[in-house]
Design a protein around this ligand. Sequence first.
Ligand SMILES: Nc1ncnc2c1ncn2[C@@H]1O[C@H](COP(=O)(O)OP(=O)(O)OP(=O)(O)O)[C@@H](O)[C@H]1O
Length: 284
Amino acid sequence: MAGYVEMFRLGKTYDTLKGPAVIVEDFNLNMKQGEYASLLGHSGCGKSTVLMMVAGLCDITDGGVVVANHEIDGPGPDRGIVFQSPCLMPWMTAIENVLLGVDQVYPHATKQQRHDLSAYYLSLVGLGNNLRTRASDLSQGMQQRVGIARAFALKPKMLLLDEPFGMLDSLTRMELQEILLEILMRDKVTTMMITHDVDEALFMSDRVVMMTNGPRATVGAIFDIPFDRPRVRTEVLEHPEYYDYREKLLRFLEEQDHKKLKQEVAEHEAKKTENVNEEDSVCA
Ligand SMILES: Nc1ncnc2c1ncn2[C@@H]1O[C@H](COP(=O)(O)OP(=O)(O)OP(=O)(O)O)[C@@H](O)[C@H]1O
């Protein structure tokens, strides 16, 4: 079934000194408009590679990505990105940082309209009183709020989040998760988020997409998360199925751990045999 966002047979091969390395292979995912999907998998499996291909910031080797009926070919304002660190211009104010993108994407809007749009999203993330604060004077959590406002202000069709709360303390992280969900309820932006946090994935997502280990990482399992929206953290945590879902996600990751270990042992054994064979042929 076609989706609002379609990733079809997506693959990425990097050229490395040891030759081509197939990192992601045959990655297929369709998303409905307004859906929130999290991408979970072990470190180094290829999550950021998938996200960067969807963002158009990394060349696609195989397959493709369609967003709202357009096959992507490089980055564009239809896809907003929030990284772990927001990378603001430290000498600019919060609103100037948001305006940087807004001015480019809405060149025909009036100055006042661009200002109002930027101020609107900054106030939604709780920075209504800090529009004129220099980015360097904002805390890490506040800077990340600017990063989120900057992404939403461009009115993207899709939001791509690469561990957006990874560098924040747990209180700020929970607060920002809730703010993000609130804005998403209004704007209905299709969202893909990378996270290492099972609880974060369960709280935020409609579906959790589990990736297999690399190389040749792909979709290993997809879990539909049934909790009602709007989500209230205590209700989600008290949901009778919460710990069943948590267990399923953790079990998948554990299974991948075992596979990885087995794979490493097999590779080690193969290398040993190779070395012995080489030594034998030198002696002969
Ligand atoms: N430009 C590149 N050239 C060669 N290999 C790369 C390149 N970029 C990433 N890789 C490799 O691709 C694999 C996947 O990297 P990626 O960053 O996508 O993983 P990840 O799942 O997002 O990791 P993490 O969870 O640690 O952020 C890694 O083995 C990495 O070393």
